[in-house]
Design a protein around this ligand. Structure first.
Ligand code: NDP
Length: 309
């Protein structure tokens, strides 16, 4: 693949200013430009770094997604057009791990209640049996990739026992039992926290369905940092409303932004975050490292980092 010109699509501004990435890559032996109306991807760019997909990118040889998930990219069309797709998996484990640890601690220590009461100048202590500590509780992490690793490390650090789910049934450090997807209902059944951290694929779409939610404990919380479609949202809302599970912390939703009309906004035991669980001011540096190494590899005739099959 030829690589002399690299475009940065303005859509990356969801995560960082495009100019900051351009400047971080300014020493590369390729012309790196921020795309705008005047300079579109069809103007003979060899590669593009982007958040969003655009048909124009089919004219390039390489698309790098600044996210880990590539569910929004038409993989068949890209391979027909001989466009290599790479992603940013591997850089989110620390931030997502800390976000999940934050949700877990908020529920146990009732921090979400305190913030909500504070807004109303309401001095209200929890009931004697409301607060708890997480050491010795069990979590089940569905997806043990780079997100899963960061989550397992934080949760075991807090003293939780952790089980995991993935297709490859090999042992994983820090994980007591590794289950396969066909055992999902068993895997979640004794966890206080069930954490979704899988890519969105045909296999994982709706994988946390009504049956899996029903298999959860009544005092369990569901945490979704994967993609909204991985969880059947309607079943989740129904389960929380009826007390079948205790609550949820959700960073991702079937529809984003979460519509104002969603019942999730008003539920006491639900924490809503606006798809920002991986945000950190270092995000741009992490993406720059991946792109830098890919540029080196491509120009040496090698395969770029994180090629999506
Ligand atoms: P990885 O590719 O590193 O890991 C994916 C994991 O999921 C692997 O352990 C894989 O194991 C497992 N997996 C894949 N398919 C299944 C399945 N059908 N059932 C059970 N496990 C499965 O990806 P990342 O950890 O980097 O990212 C995961 C996803 O998280 C991303 O695709 C993205 O959608 C989302 N994400 C969300 C962010 C946010 O801001 N909230 C930030 C970053 C990522 P195996 O192959 O053995 O099944």
């Amino acid at each position: 693949m030829r690589l002399d010109t690299l475009g940065i699509d303005p859509s990356v501004s969801t995560l960082f200013p495009p100019e900051v990435l351009r400047d971080a890559l300014s020493d590369l032996p390729v012309e790196t430009v921020v795309l705008d109306e005047a300079r579109s991807a069809t103007d003979s760019l060899d590669g593009v770094v982007t958040f969003a997909y655009d048909e124009r990118f089919l004219d390039t040889g390489w698309i790098h997604s600044v996210q880990a998930g590539v569910d929004r990219f038409p993989r068949d069309r890209l391979s027909e057009a001989n466009v290599v797709l790479t992603n940013s998996t591997g850089i989110h484990g620390d931030a997502i791990g800390e976000t999940v640890a934050g949700y877990v601690l908020a529920f146990a220590r009732r921090l979400h209640d305190h913030v909500s009461n504070q807004r109303r100048a309401n001095w209200s202590q929890p009931e004697w049996n409301e607060a708890w500590t997480v050491a010795g509780e069990r979590a089940c992490v569905v997806g043990l990739g780079s997100l899963g690793r960061g989550i397992v490390d934080r949760l075991t650090g807090l003293g939780l026992d952790v089980d995991g789910v993935r297709r490859t049934p090999t042992p994983e450090p820090g994980v007591d039992r590794v289950y396969t997807p066909s055992e999902l209902e068993t895997a979640v059944s004794d966890a206080r926290f069930v954490v979704a951290a899988v890519p969105l694929t045909d296999e994982t779409s709706g994988i946390i369905d009504r049956a899996v939610i029903s298999a959860m404990r009544e005092d369990a919380y569901l945490i979704n940092v994967a993609r909204g479609e991985v969880v059947e949202q309607e079943s989740l809302v129904a389960a929380i409303e009826s007390g079948d599970i205790a609550g949820a912390a959700l960073d991702v939703f079937e529809t984003e932004p979460l519509p104002e009309s969603s019942p999730l906004w008003d539920m006491n035991e639900v924490i809503v975050s606006p798809h920002c669980g991986a945000f950190t001011h270092e995000y741009v540096d992490h993406v720059a490292s991946i792109v830098r190494e890919s540029v080196r590899r491509v120009r040496a005739g090698e395969t770029p980092v994180n090629t999506v099959p």
